[in-house]
Design a protein around this ligand. Structure first.
Ligand code: SF4
Length: 681
């Protein structure tokens, strides 16, 4: 099927999951009342988080809740694994009210309907996981007949109805929160481990609620895999529309995102991508850190959209009369399948496009590359004694030096891009590559024989330029936008490349002026991650801000390089680090998760591409880390279970020795190697 046929087919079938793919427009939802903090599209996007303290520790829970509220939480979730904890929610709530805090509380329920039924009488909202509310997981594949499946649904209805009735009677809200890692055997048997399975898992419960005229419901589709998570939320919106179900508010989250920079980038890639399309009514960022660190991250992600509508001007660039070369396009038409990842089809140019991983280009346009040390910050290290270069896993592929050519010969693994006018003056034109503007490119100037870069934005695409781009097999595009609604503006450009059947690789170029470092990480991860998740982007160039001191610029270059690799990893397009799928911990956690994660990271962070799950409890841990190659899961006080994939290898190892044992398992698989710390060279 040709690209055009694919486009027509997809548009005919309807891929609408958002109001618009070009203009910022928040999805219209019903209002859900959660205590006195309502949620939905008539209200601001709400921030929430979850306590990590034992729910039976009333004062500890109260004090942590207060810290969370002070940090920006508008709802606070507390685990209620059994009736005991559910009952204690009453004490926590009363003590909070005594201390003047009216924050709505949410009971987090897994497996225990009786705890849910009690909690629904005591707090403002309950969260159930449809994968384990009425089911015990047996990891069985059952071939259900239609009748057999219906019998199962009837069984769920019987177990679930009492909770629905209590919520109706008490005015309690409910989140039906699907987790990719804990789908029921029934769903897995019929739909597999897929976004569709996640959506159906929630809809089975939602249909029961609607039958009972209970609508005070929020939905979520969380996963640790950002591609799966984004696809599931989009599919959910489409399915709600198609089935004529109400437009319920969405709770957004990436599960087990991890800690520090990686956790923030991964959260931004998943959550930010959806916020860009106007999806999401409450956000929880899950970090393996104290919960009061989560709300500021969620708030930074949300606040970016507070006046986005006024700044969004992409539509005007589409008007065919203004730009006759551009295809006419409705604001929700998409030439790709937004519910399944496919990388845009490109031809290979040097090491861009085709089957190559996306490349990282470090911006050195403001840094004079005069000493070997200057490249350390982007992962390239000079060893004087053997007189050779080495690089670590975060070694940039290219540097863009603009008008400042490097003063010495660069290492083999690092290539240089210069502005075309400067490149033309170089003696060595073969090992450096030119970046053209449109005018210079279209003039018949000298070009490199194998690799040229062209800086473009959507508005530059004339019929003549489209013809030239198609004919030039040495070209890589550097795509830019000055639009505040940057991700959709660049996405619109990629749609155009597909519509025009242009298979030229394209590098994402972004610049952020005057942003604090933390916002830079989140915003670049949202903009570039959102595009990568849709299969767009064969490289990243994050431009440095305008600073004058070289030392400051080098420090920035280091952090930008790390962010670029982090974004590629979080969007699952290039693995350059060990991936840690660590839960945020909660009242069920039996060991210090943060300390343990740091310890495991220290020993294993050189194992590029290996995924290690670190989970606080055996009840949900194994399911939640479904994606991991190895798992470290708390099973009791000082007792750890170790996993290879989904299979438990050691059931009860003492915590003192568990990391060593985990490494032994990795060694048995031949995956282990000793770390060479290039940074200390
Ligand atoms: S996996 Fe972690 S966050 Fe989830 S229930 Fe267990 S301890 Fe709590």
């Amino acid at each position: 099927m040709s690209t055009t046929q694919t486009l027509n087919n997809l548009i005919e079938n309807g891929n609408r999951y958002a109001n618009s793919l070009t203009e910022y427009s928040r999805r219209k939802t019903i209002t859900v009342n959660v205590g006195d903090v309502p949620m939905g599209s008539d209200y601001p996007i709400r921030v929430q988080s979850m306590t990590t303290i034992d729910t039976l520790d009333t004062i500890g829970s109260v004090e942590q809740t207060i810290r969370m509220v002070e940090s920006g939480c508008e709802y606070v979730r507390i685990t209620a694994p059994s009736v005991k904890e559910a009952q204690n929610l009453d004490n926590i709530r009363k003590e909070l009210r005594v201390r003047g805090y009216s924050v709505p509380l949410v009971a987090d329920i897994h497996f225990t309907p009786n705890a849910a039924e009690l909690a629904a009488r005591l707090v403002e909202k309950v969260r159930i996981n449809p994968g384990n509310y009425a089911d015990k997981k047996r990891f069985e594949t059952i071939d259900y007949t239609e009748i057999g499946y219906q019998v199962e649904l009837d069984r769920i209805r019987d177990k679930f109805l009492p909770l629905v009735n209590i919520c109706k009677e008490y005015g309690t809200a409910m989140r039906i929160g699907t987790n990719h890692g804990s789908l029921s055997d029934r769903i897995l048997s019929r739909y597999g481990d897929t976004p569709l399975g996640m959506v159906e898992s929630a809809l089975e419960f939602l249909r029961i609620c609607e039958d009972e005229n209970y609508f005070n419901i929020v939905l979520s589709m969380k996963a640790s895999n950002t591609q799966v998570m984004v696809e599931a939320y989009r599919l959910l919106c489409k399915k709600l529309n198609e089935e004529g179900l109400k437009a319920y508010p969405l709770h957004l989250g990436v599960t087990e995102a991890g800690e520090g920079e990686d956790g923030r980038i991964k959260s931004a890639v998943g959550i930010g991508t959806l916020l860009e399309d106007g999806l999401g009514d409450t956000v929880r960022v899950s970090l393996t850190e104290d919960p009061e660190f989560e709300a500021p991250v969620a708030k930074a992600l949300i606040d970016r959209y507070s006046n986005r509508k006024e700044k969004s001007t992409i539509i005007s660039a589409f008007t065919p009369t203004q730009h006759s070369a551009l295809s006419t396009q409705n604001s929700f038409d998409s030439p790709i399948n937004p519910f399944q990842y496919f990388r845009r089809n490109t031809h290979e140019v040097a090491n861009f496009g085709g089957h190559n991983v996306p490349r990282v280009i470090a911006d050195y346009s403001k840094i004079e590359v005069s000493e070997h040390e200057d490249l350390k910050s982007i992962g390239h290290f000079y060893l004087p004694l053997p007189d050779k270069w080495t690089m670590n896993d975060l070694g940039a592929d290219y540097i863009y030096t603009a008008k400042n050519p490097a003063k010495y010969m660069l290492p083999m693994g690092l290539k240089e891009i210069l502005d075309a006018s400067l490149w033309a003056e170089q003696n060595d034109k073969l090992n450096k590559f030119p970046l053209f503007g449109i005018e210079a490119y279209q003039e018949n100037t000298e070009k490199h024989t194998t690799l040229n870069f062209l800086s473009i934005s959507l508005i530059d695409l004339t019929e003549e330029l489209i013809r030239q781009i198609k004919a030039d097999k040495t070209l890589v595009l550097a795509v830019e936008t000055s639009n505040e609604h940057a991700m959709p503006a660049l996405r619109r450009l990629f749609f155009e490349l597909i519509n025009q059947e242009i298979s030229t690789p394209a590098v994402l170029v972004r610049k952020y002026d005057n942003l604090p470092e933390s916002d830079f990480q989140l915003f670049s991860a949202t903009d570039c991650g959102g595009l990568l998740i849709d299969g767009f982007g064969d490289g990243i160039l994050l431009q440095l801000p305008d600073l004058s001191a070289k030392a400051e610029l080098i420090t920035k270059a280091k952090s930008y390089n790390s962010t670029a690799f982090g974004i590629l990893q979080a969007a699952r397009t290039r693995m350059s680090k060990t991936e840690y799928i660590s839960c945020p911990s909660c009242g069920r956690t039996l060991f210090d998760l943060q300390e343990t994660t740091a310890m495991i990271r220290k020993r294993t962070e050189h194992l590029k591409g290996v995924k290690i799950g670190i989970m606080g409890c055996i009840v949900n841990g194994p399911g939640e880390m479904a994606d991991a190659d190895y798992g470290y899961v708390g099973v009791g006080k000082d007792k750890i279970a170790l996993y290879r994939g989904q299979n438990v290898v050691k059931k009860s190892v003492h915590a003192d020795n568990a990391v060593n044992e985990l490494i032994e398992i990795i060694k048995e698989d031949g995956v282990w190697f000793e770390a060479v710390n290039a940074l200390e060279l």
